[in-house]
Design a protein around this ligand. Structure first.
Ligand SMILES: NC(=O)c1ccc[n+]([C@@H]2O[C@H](COP(=O)([O-])OP(=O)(O)OC[C@H]3O[C@@H](n4cnc5c(N)ncnc54)[C@H](O)[C@@H]3O)[C@@H](O)[C@H]2O)c1
Length: 346
C-alpha cells in the first residue's frame, strides 16, 4: 500500500488528486499541507490523514510519494526537496517556471533514484491513446500538418478567484501558454513521437483584467506555428478568452487521411481515410473545466498511472524527462514572441 502526501490544497487537489488517490485501492492518503492551514485541515477531514504543519514535517513522515499541487513558481523547489527526501513525486504541469529548474528536477529524480511524473493528463485521454495506437501502426502514414486548440473562459472560472496567482507573472511565469499550451505541445510530441524543432509564436494579453480594470500581467491568448523534425508544420491556438463552449480539439492531417480528436459531440475520435471511409470512435468526452468545478468528474487516469508506477516499480509514462521537451518548446515560444522572430528549440 503506497502512502501519499499532498502539498497544495487548491482546486486541482480538490477535484482530482484527493478524490482519485482516495478511490485507488493501492493507496492511502497520509495527509495534506498547504500554506493556508485551513485548506489542509478541510481535506484531511474529508479524506482522512493529517494536516501537516510544514513541507518538512510531511516529508519527514513515512510517505512513499507526494503530489505537488502548488502554484507554478514553487513546483521545482518542493519537488526537488521531496525527491532529495527519498519520495516519488507527481508534480502538476507546467513542470517549472525556468528551463534550468525543469532540468534540475529531472536530475534530482535521477540522483535520488525516485520517480518524477508530470500531470500532463491529455496523454491519457482515450481518443488520444487510440489515435496514438493508430499512428504507431503506420496505417495513416506520416503527419503532414496539424492544428490543435485548447480554449476556455480562463482560470478565474476554475479557481473562483478574479485575481489569482494564475495572473501574476512572478508566480505563474506564463499565462495560457503554459497553462493550456503545455498540454497541447506535449500532446503533439506524444502523438507524433517527433520533436518540435522550430516555432514562431505570439503571446498576447487582449482581454483578461484584474478587478481594477488593468490587463493582467500574463498572456491570455497564444498562437504558435510549429515545425516538427520531419518538416511537418502546424498550429496551436490556446486561449483564456473563449466565452463559448470549451474547445479541446486536435486535427492531424496525414498522408493517408485525417484524424479528428474531440471536435465532435458524440465521437471523440473520427478517422477519415483518403479512400473515403470514415471510422468514428465513441470513446469518451473530456471533462470541461465547467463540469469539473461544478462537481462533475471523470478520472483522468493520472493518479492511477502514478500509483501504478510506484507500487509496481516502473518508470511512469509521463516521466519528468519526457515532459522536458514540451517545456523547452514553451520557453522557445516565449523567446519567439519577445524577439518577433522564429526560434529554434534548444
Ligand atoms: N493537469 C491539469 O490539467 C491542471 C488543471 C488545473 C491546475 N493544474 C496545476 O495545478 C497547480 C495548482 O493549481 P490549482 O488550480 O489547484 O490552483 P489553486 O490556486 O486553486 O491552488 C493552489 C494551492 O497551493 C497553495 N500554495 C501555494 N504556494 C504554496 C506553497 N509554497 N506551499 C504550499 N502550498 C502552497 C495555495 O494556498 C493553494 O491552496 C498549478 O500548477 C496548475 O497549473 C493542472
Amino acid at each position: 500500500m503506497m502512502k501519499v502526501g499532498i502539498i497544495g490544497c487548491g482546486k486541482i487537489t480538490e477535484v482530482r488528486h484527493a478524490p482519485e488517490y482516495h478511490e485507488n485501492p493501492h493507496c492511502e492518503i497520509a495527509g495534506f499541507y498547504d500554506v493556508v492551514p485551513e485548506k489542509a485541515q478541510a481535506l484531511a477531514k474529508e479524506y482522512g490523514g493529517k494536516a501537516f504543519a510544514s513541507v518538512e514535517e510531511l516529508l519527514a513522515s513515512d510517505v512513499d510519494a507526494v503530489s505537488v499541487c502548488v502554484a507554478n513558481r514553487f513546483h521545482a523547489a518542493i519537488s526537488i526537496q521531496a525527491l532529495k527526501a527519498g519520495k516519488h513525486v507527481l508534480c502538476e504541469k507546467p513542470m517549472a517556471t525556468t528551463e534550468e529548474d525543469c532540468e534540475a528536477m529531472v536530475e534530482a529524480a535521477r540522483e535520488a533514484g525516485k520517480y518524477l511524473m508530470i500531470g500532463l493528463n491529455q496523454r491519457l485521454a482515450k481518443a488520444h491513446v487510440k489515435a496514438k495506437e493508430i499512428l504507431d501502426s503506420g496505417e495513416m502514414g506520416e503527419v503532414l500538418t496539424f492544428e490543435t486548440h485548447f480554449s476556455h473562459p480562463g482560470p478565474e472560472g476554475w479557481t473562483g478567484q478574479a485575481n489569482s496567482w494564475f495572473f501574476d507573472k512572478k508566480t505563474a511565469q506564463f499565462g495560457v501558454m503554459a497553462d493550456l499550451g503545455v498540454h497541447k505541445t506535449d500532446l503533439l510530441y506524444y502523438l507524433t513521437g517527433k520533436k518540435i524543432v522550430k516555432t514562431s509564436a505570439t503571446l498576447a494579453t487582449v482581454d483578461k483584467r484584474y478587478p481594477d480594470g488593468r490587463l493582467v500581467d500574463v498572456d491570455d491568448n497564444a498562437i504558435a506555428l510549429y515545425t516538427l523534425e520531419t518538416g511537418a508544420v502546424g498550429t496551436m491556438h490556446v486561449s483564456w478568452t473563449n466565452y463559448g463552449a470549451e474547445d479541446n480539439s486536435t486535427k492531424l492531417y496525414c498522408q493517408n487521411g485525417v484524424m479528428r480528436m474531440y471536435d465532435d459531440p458524440t465521437y471523440s475520435l473520427i478517422v477519415e481515410k483518403k479512400d473515403g471511409t470514415v471510422v468514428p470512435y465513441q470513446l469518451d468526452q473530456l471533462t470541461s473545466n465547467k463540469e469539473q468545478t461544478s462537481g462533475g468528474r471523470t478520472s483522468t487516469g493520472i493518479i492511477d498511472a502514478f500509483v501504478d508506477a510506484v507500487v509496481n516499480d516502473h518508470q511512469p509514462m509521463i516521466s519528468g524527462e519526457s515532459a522536458l521537451h514540451a517545456m523547452k518548446v514553451i520557453f522557445a515560444n516565449q523567446r519567439s514572441s519577445e524577439s518577433g522572430q522564429a526560434e529554434l528549440v534548444k
